[in-house]
Design a protein around this ligand. Structure first.
Ligand SMILES: NC(=O)c1ccc[n+]([C@@H]2O[C@H](COP(=O)([O-])OP(=O)(O)OC[C@H]3O[C@@H](n4cnc5c(N)ncnc54)[C@H](O)[C@@H]3O)[C@@H](O)[C@H]2O)c1
Length: 286
């Protein structure tokens, strides 16, 4: 399949990442079939996309006149059969292997054989996911960053089985979305989390060992290293439970004790202090 033959894209899962992915495809001119199991999630996703488009209009990134067309390109569906019309599909369902297995199996049966299937997983092996499908050579990782409409990067992950053709097409597609694709081979945490999570973990150790307060750790990294957000602010944004899960994937996958999750991170998670989403993490969010 050529890049120009891709006109309709299926996005599986309409949560945090799915609505952002649907947004950028629709904004780039693609017809988007946004599929979720819950109608409520679809309604919320469309609402979020509308608000985010408004923000882009206000910032001068999108002409006001284009907004209605972007919204009409979105087709929210609960009926999975509707995805059969897609020329490319990307899944953004919860980070649980059993859910991924079910969703990929379903998509694999419905999509035409030449259609590429992509995953936005943060931590599951792309090679293992590819092996669950009948199209492992047409399976690829498309790791978007949150918030998707804002962040420039897409890590394009090559599973062991991914063909050069599928990989190149996905790189081109990410460029069509106005993103900067970066080629990465499949390995635990890819590059993004392999490098970021040890930084967050070390910042948590600094707090646990009373080297400095969270504010001080973040100030050092922002003012001294030019990071736009401190690592602990960022950890709260990502979710401390998600950070611990990804550290566990790195620890198990690479077998190196340097990836062991900081006990303070685990303690916060045990307390339900998960970051922004629970109103408390390293910081308070009243
Ligand atoms: N949140 C992030 O910052 C982030 C960043 C990069 C990658 N990711 C990855 O993106 C994926 C999605 O994460 P999220 O944060 O958007 O999750 P989320 O929980 O916000 O959204 C998941 C959505 O999938 C839906 N869903 C569940 N089962 C489904 C099914 N069978 N078919 C279709 N939809 C189904 C849920 O109803 C929900 O709306 C995960 O693999 C995660 O690792 C997340």
């Amino acid at each position: 399949m050529s890049i120009d033959a891709i006109r309709t894209v299926a996005v599986l899962g309409a949560g945090t990442m799915g609505n952002g992915i649907a947004h950028v495809f629709a904004r780039a001119g693609y017809q988007v079939i946004l599929r979720d199991v819950e109608q409520g999630r679809l309604d919320h996703a469309v609402d979020t996309i509308r608000k985010n488009l408004d923000r882009e209009v206000k910032k001068g990134k999108l002409p006001e006149s284009e907004k209605p067309a972007v919204l009409t390109r979105l087709k929210p569906v609960t009926d999975v059969a509707a995805i059969a019309a897609a020329d490319f599909a990307v899944e953004a369902v919860p980070e649980k292997l059993e859910i991924k297995r079910a969703v990929l199996g379903e998509a694999d049966k419905l999509l035409r054989p030449e259609v590429l299937l992509a995953s936005n997983t943060s931590s599951i092996s792309m090679t293992a996911l590819a092996a669950l499908t009948s199209r492992p050579d047409r399976f690829v990782g498309m790791h978007f960053m949150n918030p998707v409409p804002v962040m420039a990067l897409v890590e394009v992950i090559r599973a062991l089985q991914t063909s050069d053709r599928a990989f190149d097409l996905t790189m081109q597609l990410a460029k069509k979305l106005g993103k900067t694709p970066v080629a990465v081979n499949d390995a635990p945490g890819f590059v993004s989390n392999r490098v970021l999570m040890p930084l967050i973990n070390e910042a948590a150790y600094c707090v646990m060992e009373n080297v400095a307060t969270p504010e001080a750790v973040d100030a050092v990294m922002k003012l001294g290293m030019n990071h736009p957000m401190g690592p602990l602010e960022l950890a709260d944004f990502i979710g401390l439970d998600v950070c611990v899960d990804i550290l566990q994937v790195l620890h198990e996958g690479l077998g190196d004790p340097k990836y062991r999750a900081c006990p303070l991170l685990k303690k916060y998670v045990a307390a339900g202090w998960l970051g922004r989403k629970s109103s408390r993490g390293f910081y308070h969010y009243p």
